[in-house]
Write a new protein. Structure first.
Lengths: 229, 387
């Protein structure tokens, strides 16, 4: 399998007032295309920071991140935004849907940045909602949906522009076990049947079982090599 | 257009708050539209003034008459291309409250001097030929139900006839109007033929109230004014000549500086709106920081998010401004009707719309820019983690 994400010697330092906090210390990691990786570790281990760097939400202090042969750590803010729009889908713990928009409109959001006409945007959003089993909830606002349904809308939004990489930050952290399993199965389906590369942060071992590999972080360093689930 | 649903949803995320804010903007712009209409009406005399027209009055008081014979001498002044004259009649119709301006004029000279007044050719000819003829402004005719062909009984407060009576009677031979609504207010008058008036009045024969002088070159207004006044210097009837606009502004200011008053009221209104709307806008954006961070996460650039926030402020002002100005326009017929034609016609002209658009744009920028810049600087990671 070709390597989709190549991380070399990545460090991340935050300046909190006068304090300098080094969150990641020289991370090396390869994520092959079509992989489903669970980033695990205790709170403060740096797993969300690493995920943000992979997703281009933040830039590393040192080292390099190559995604599909492109050094994303060297992109400007505008270039990084365009890169995210084209290549990455995001799923968050608290869904982060826009409450004033219907499920359909939320899913359409990433497509606003494309040249697609309105009818095509609507069609693609409907397909994405159908894929996550929510075609009948298209007109509903987020507050009219359950937590599991909200997360599925968020997943539809993440896949609507057909990104290469899905970046998920504790996607089941706010859900009960049964609903969490539904969401995880959905991510697994997207990985296995649609070839999406998934990188998921979780501290839930049950959730990590859905991934192909597990990567453990502690205090900003990887503890051992990735382990197959 | 593709972002309109997003803007609309953001704007009406909290409906009650947005509607109340919108209402305050609507009221501000309605007030703006109405007050501007009043200001325009008051200044219509000055606005309608022609830069090539001068007014010659008695030097020390505009109520002092001047010899009618002056017009021949004024016509000789280099640069002067036409002279008309008018005298104040001091009229009332039926009762004290029906007062309106009546001017005794040479019909041809006067109507030539004011080409902005419209009158049918045959009515104009009839006015020139009929010694007892009179023409009236259309609004005045509508107000009193006058029509061409009827007798017009008018009392004068200052000019008795040779028989001592203050009651005059004229033949209504024409209606004057104006295409420009700003000029139409200046047609709220009655013009009578000075030939009959001067012959039939008891006092002041051979005198007139003021001269209207047309000049060839408006840049020569000062020097020609000076030449005219020099002509009559040290005579029993010295003159004061000035551009028509200057005279009209000075006359309007005798009532009060309406323009300054209106400006001060509107500054207060829009300053309040600025603070109110600015605060609401800032609060709305503050509440939506995580949502803006999500937009950036999805690939919306800093510039795009900034533009969206700014566009929201512009949309709010466009909505409020249009509704407010629309309300002002809608109120005009009722307001004009309620004045019974005693006040110059109120209207919202294109200049007022342009000014409203400029004010809306400036207010939108002032209230939208600070939250837009905040959105621009927003760091996704900090915003999503609640920092």
């Amino acid at each position: 399998m070709t390597v989709l994400v190549q991380i070399r010697g990545v460090t991340k330092v935050y300046q909190r007032g006068r304090e300098r906090v080094e969150v990641l210390h020289g991370i090396d990691l390869d994520i092959p295309s079509g992989d489903f990786v669970a980033l695990m570790g205790p709170s403060g281990s740096g797993k969300t920071t690493l995920l943000n760097l992979i997703g281009g939400l933040d830039t590393p202090t040192g080292g390099s991140i190559m995604v599909q042969d492109r050094r994303i750590d060297q992109l400007s803010g505008g270039e990084l935004a365009a890169w995210r729009a084209a290549h990455v889908g995001f799923v968050f713990q608290f869904y982060n849907l826009l409450p004033a928009l219907s499920a359909q409109r939320n899913v359409e959001l990433p497509l606003l940045l494309t040249d697609l006409p309105a009818a095509e945007r609507r069609r693609r959003a409907r397909i994405a909602l159908t894929l996550v089993g929510l075609e009948d909830r298209a007109r509903h606002r987020p507050r009219e949906l359950s937590g599991g349904q909200e997360q599925r809308v968020a997943i539809a939004r993440a896949i609507v522009s057909d990104p290469t990489l899905l970046v998920c930050d504790e996607p089941t952290g706010d859900l009960d076990r049964a609903t969490a399993d539904e969401v995880l199965r959905l991510l697994q389906m997207l990985n296995r049947e649609h070839g999406k590369t998934v990188v998921m942060v979780t501290h839930d071992p049950k959730a990590a079982e859905y991934a192909r590999r597990r990567v453990h972080l502690d205090k900003g360093v990887m503890t051992g090599e990735p382990v197959a689930s | 257009m593709r972002y309109l649903p997003l803007l609309w949803a953001g704007l009406f995320r909290k409906k009650t708050r947005t509607i109340l804010t919108l209402l305050s903007i609507v009221v501000a712009f309605a007030l703006f539209g109405l007050l501007q209409a009043v200001e325009v009406a008051f200044e219509s005399g000055a606005d309608a003034a022609d830069a090539k027209r001068l007014l010659t009055t008695a030097r020390y008081s505009i109520i002092e008459p001047l010899p009618m014979a002056y017009h021949r001498r004024i016509e000789q002044v280099p640069g002067v291309v036409g002279v008309a004259y008018a005298d104040w009649f001091g009229a009332k119709y039926q009762n004290e409250s029906n007062a309106f301006p009546v001017f005794a004029v040479d019909p041809t000279r006067y109507l030539d001097m004011y080409p902005e007044f419209t009158i049918a050719r045959e009515q104009r000819d009839a006015f020139a030929k009929t010694r007892t003829g009179a023409v009236v402004g259309k609004r005045l005719a509508d107000r009193f139900g006058w029509h061409v062909g009827q007798k017009l009984p008018i009392s004068s407060e200052i000019h008795p006839k040779t028989d001592g009576s203050l009651n005059w009677e004229f033949d209504l031979v024409g209606i004057i109007d104006a295409d420009d609504p700003a000029v139409r207010g200046n047609t709220d008058m009655v013009l009578i033929n000075v030939a009959y008036f001067d012959e039939a009045r008891q006092n002041g024969k051979g005198k007139t109230g003021w001269y209207i002088v047309r000049i060839a070159d408006s840049t020569q207004a000062r020097s020609i004014s000076s030449s005219i006044d020099t002509l009559f210097m040290n005579s029993p009837d010295e003159t004061k000549t000035q551009p028509e606009k200057e005279f009209a502004i000075g006359f309007a200011k005798q009532i009060g500086d309406i323009g300054a008053l209106v400006t001060r009221i509107l500054i207060a209104v829009f300053f309040t709106i600025l603070i109110l709307t600015g605060n609401t806008m800032a609060q709305s954006i503050r509440e939506r920081i995580p949502e803006l961070a999500i937009l950036k996460t999805l690939g919306f650039s800093d510039g795009k998010v900034t533009a969206l926030v700014l566009a929201e402020a512009i949309l709010l002002l466009i909505l409020g401004g249009s509704l407010g100005m629309g309300a002002a326009v809608a109120a005009m017929p009722a307001l004009n009707g309620s004045t019974g034609g005693r006040f110059p016609p109120l209207f919202v002209g294109p200049e007022t719309w342009l000014l409203a658009a400029a004010i809306a744009a400036v207010v939108a920028l002032i209230i939208g820019l600070p939250p837009a810049l905040r959105a621009n600087r927003l760091k996704i990671v900090d915003a999503l983690s609640g920092h």
